[in-house]
Structure formats: C-alpha cells, structure tokens
Design a protein around this ligand. Structure first.
Ligand code: ADP
Length: 171
C-alpha cells in the first residue's frame, strides 16, 4: 500500500503515565487503522507529574513491538489537535470511553473538533472491562500509597514510576 493511502489515526492524550487501559486502546485501534500515532499532548495547564519526554519514553518502552512492526509511532503535539491531525495526514482521532462519565466531555470535544476541522472524525473505542475503572491519576494515587498496581501498567515501567513518585512531594 502506498504511503498516501495509509489510513492514519491519532490517539492523543496526556499519558501521565501510560496505563494498560491506554495500551488496550492502541491495540484495538491498530486493528482498524494502518497506522496509529500515539500523540502526547504538551498541555502544561494539566500540570503533569512526568515531563513530556518522560511520558514519550514510557510509551516507547511499552509499545516496543508495535513500533518495531511499523503499526504504531509515538509523537507529541501542542496547540489544536485537529490541526496536528491534518498535518500528520490522519483521517481520525481515537478516544477511549470507559464509562458514561467520560461521555459528556468527550462528546463535546468531538463536536468542537469537528466544527474546527470537518475532515477529521472522532472514533470512540471501549477498553477491556478490566480497565474501565483505571485512570492515570488513580494509578498515581495507588502508587503513592504503596498499593498494588500489577496488571495496570507494563511491569517494565513500575520501577520508573515508583522512583518518580517517591521523589515528588504531594502538591
Ligand atoms: P486526556 O488528558 O487527553 O484525557 P488521558 O491520558 O487521561 O489524557 O487519556 C487519553 C485517552 O485515553 C482518553 O480518551 C481517555 O478517555 C482514554 N483512557 C484513559 N484511561 C483509559 C482506560 N483505562 N481505558 C480506556 N481508555 C482510557
């Protein structure tokens, strides 16, 4: 397939840090599209725990086989998501829906994005049930309190996360 015919999709997010819920969505998206660009948003208003570079590096570690196969790449962006999507030649943006509580905000964002750029669709995917109650912020809370995070993040990332959390005082 020629490069211009590849159906590229963007999966944007804070990924602070990436969880198995995010990875589940990436894998589902890579079945539907030719290439998934996991795009870390550089939005300092969200005050992420991990720097942009750290968040990218963790994604690269977690998605090593998918990146090697050419199905997935990791990037970062700032500014309007839909403008970035057009620059990347993407046909759609993926968002994950865990529960009804995600819906209202995601619906609003999807329609606003369509208003900004009608060429980019938003596609919602649901993760495996195991991840429907998992979020990056809950994961950080559990780590801070020394809880068990097995099955929620790739094991290769656990020491990195524990180190960072122990060095970062609570806000
Ligand atoms: P954002 O700040 O853009 O919401 P997140 O990293 O929190 O960034 O989430 C990125 C996307 O991944 C969002 O669409 C979110 O709904 C989805 N997501 C987050 N956690 C999960 C999960 N456990 N299962 C499925 N999707 C998830």
């Amino acid at each position: 397939m020629s490069a211009s015919k590849r159906r590229i999709v963007i999966y944007p997010g804070s990924f602070d840090p990436v969880t198995n819920g995010h990875l589940d969505i990436v894998r589902r998206a890579s079945v539907l599209f030719d290439h998934v660009v996991v795009a870390v948003s550089d939005n300092s208003l969200k005050h992420p725990l991990f720097s942009l570079l750290e968040r990218r590096d963790m994604l690269v570690l977690a998605l090593k086989p998918e990146i090697k196969s050419g199905k997935v790449s990791v990037d970062s962006f700032s500014g309007l998501l839909v403008r970035y999507a057009v620059r990347k030649g993407a046909v759609a943006v993926i968002r994950g829906l865990r529960a009804v509580s995600d819906f209202e905000y995601e619906f609003q964002m999807a329609l606003m994005n369509r208003r900004q750029e009608c060429r980019v669709e938003t596609v919602f995917l649901m993760p495996d049930e195991r991840y429907t109650y998992l979020s990056s912020s809950l994961l950080k809370d559990i780590l801070r309190m020394g809880g068990d995070v097995d099955g929620f993040i790739p094991p290769v990332l656990i020491p990195k996360l524990r180190r960072k959390i122990s060095k970062t005082p609570l806000p």
